[in-house]
Design a protein around this ligand. Structure first.
Ligand code: NAD
Ligand code: MG
Length: 392
């Protein structure tokens, strides 16, 4: 019986993960669940999944969590804040699902890696910010990372084994597929006045609002390019992006002999979660099988890199190295939050990120403190840039 901690349990990935886990009560038990501020949603999940530990990240809400757990007659222990998240990630679980959104997930993701867990990584911002530190923590902890971002999970499935050396395995290229998001095919002029709700209306995936906006700007794919670089040791020039609006082919690996292997499936995160939970075994996920004849055809096209400028900003940050990906990520988080709050136009997201990268030359990174400092400084820069443009 494997004990699973779900960090970010009240989110979209959290819900998919708990759905798969609940299908296999003989294999998995929920050890810990965490949430940011939504005590009621967390207690409802505790009533359903009976974890030993519930963590609310906002420490001011711990008393409310305690009393509501007691009120519901649940024996679940309550904890809060960064210590509580670390407890959930590093102590009694065998498998940790890192599904907190944004830089807020970095500390607990690193804690799980250091503690030698099987780490199911959805929190791509953590690896974008701190790729080398995360890899070091995994090496030191002796655990294993199985990606659950659907593209990286697909690549993992198409490689001959975990921690494959791409050159020795004859891998020529990794091709990440992108749905193109809700604004595929639009011109810059057509994007000037799009709203947060339009940006979050993804044609293929139901996701949290931050990643939905990232999908609409293509920054999600940019973050995934950096994620692929660290997770698979792929050089920047070995990674390519192709738009595939049906989201059936989740990514591809091209080999030296001309073979290209792809992983296909309906767009539902439960496939990647079931794969990563049971790997190397295969278990039922609740996802409907593919009917290729009904699908008829699949489309592929090159991304529009001029209109969706965020993709190239991510390549630029990857090439610059050091603190640049953390700066990119921080500026993106700030700009996306402002866009979601109705305070920043959609097209200005890329402009704020570019101006933040311009203002902060990349520095080498040796420690977590240096990264946290770069993250905070980049957030302050991005805020200043938005204020100067009279946005916020
Ligand atoms: P979401 O917004 O639906 O859920 C986020 C979760 O994180 C919630 O449980 C929330 O309570 C928690 N959280 C938010 N801020 C927090 C904070 N400051 N401290 C502690 N907890 C906090 O997001 P999601 O769509 O589930 O995405 C989660 C992560 O998975 C993101 O990094 C995203 O990029 C990645 N991801 C998501 C999908 C998807 O289909 N949703 C696919 C691939 C990767
Ligand atoms: Mg993805």
């Amino acid at each position: 019986m494997k004990r699973v901690a779900v960090l970010g349990a009240t989110g979209s990935i959290g819900a998919s993960a708990l759905d798969v886990i609940a299908r296999h009560p003989q294999r998995f038990t929920v050890h810990a669940l965490t949430a940011h501020r939504n005590v009621d949603a967390l207690v409802a999940l505790c009533a359903r999944h009976r974890p030993s530990l519930a963590v609310i990240a906002d420490a001011t809400l711990e008393p409310a969590l305690k009393s509501k757990l007691a009120g519901a007659g649940l024996p679940t222990r309550a904890a809060s804040g960064a210590d509580g998240l670390r407890d959930a990630a590093a102590n009694d679980a065998d498998i940790v699902i890192a599904a907190i959104v944004g830089a807020a997930g970095l500390d607990s993701t690193l804690a799980a890696a250091r503690a030698g867990k099987r780490l199911l990584l959805a929190n791509k911002e953590a690896v974008v910010m701190a790729g080398p530190l995360l890899l070091q923590a995994l090496r030191e902890g002796g655990g294993e990372l199985v990606p659950i971002d659907s593209e990286h999970n697909a690549i993992f499935q198409c490689l001959p084994g975990a921690r494959t050396d791409l050159d020795r395995a004859g891998v020529r290229r990794i091709v990440l597929t992108a749905s193109g998001g809700p604004f595929r095919g639009r011109t810059r002029a057509q994007l000037a006045h799009v709203t947060p709700d339009q940006a979050c209306a993804h044609p293929k995936w139901v996701m949290g609002r931050k990643i939905s906006v990232d999908s609409a700007t293509l920054m999600n794919k940019g973050l995934e390019v950096i994620e692929a670089h660290w997770l698979f040791g792929a050089r920047a020039e070995q990674i390519d992006v192709v738009v595939h609006p049906q989201s059936i082919v989740h990514s591809l690996v091209e080999y030296a002999d001309g073979s290209t292997l792809a992983q296909l499936g309906n767009p539902d995160m439960r496939t990647a979660l079931a794969h990563a939970l049971a790997w190397p075994e295969r278990i039922e996920s609740g996802v409907a099988p593919l009917h290729l004849a009904q699908l008829g055809s699949l489309q592929f096209e090159a991304p529009d890199r001029a209109t969706f400028a965020c993709l190239d900003l991510a390549w630029r940050a990857l090439a610059a190295g050091g603190t640049a990906p953390a700066i990119l990520n921080a500026a993106n988080e700030v700009a996306v939050a402002a866009f979601l709050a109705g305070a920043l136009p959609f097209l200005a997201i890329a402009e704020v990120i570019a101006a933040t990268l311009d203002a902060m030359p990349a520095e080498p990174v040796a420690t977590l403190d240096e990264l946290v400092y770069a993250d905070l400084t980049a957030r302050a820069h991005a805020q200043r840039i938005m204020r100067a443009a009279h946005c916020c």
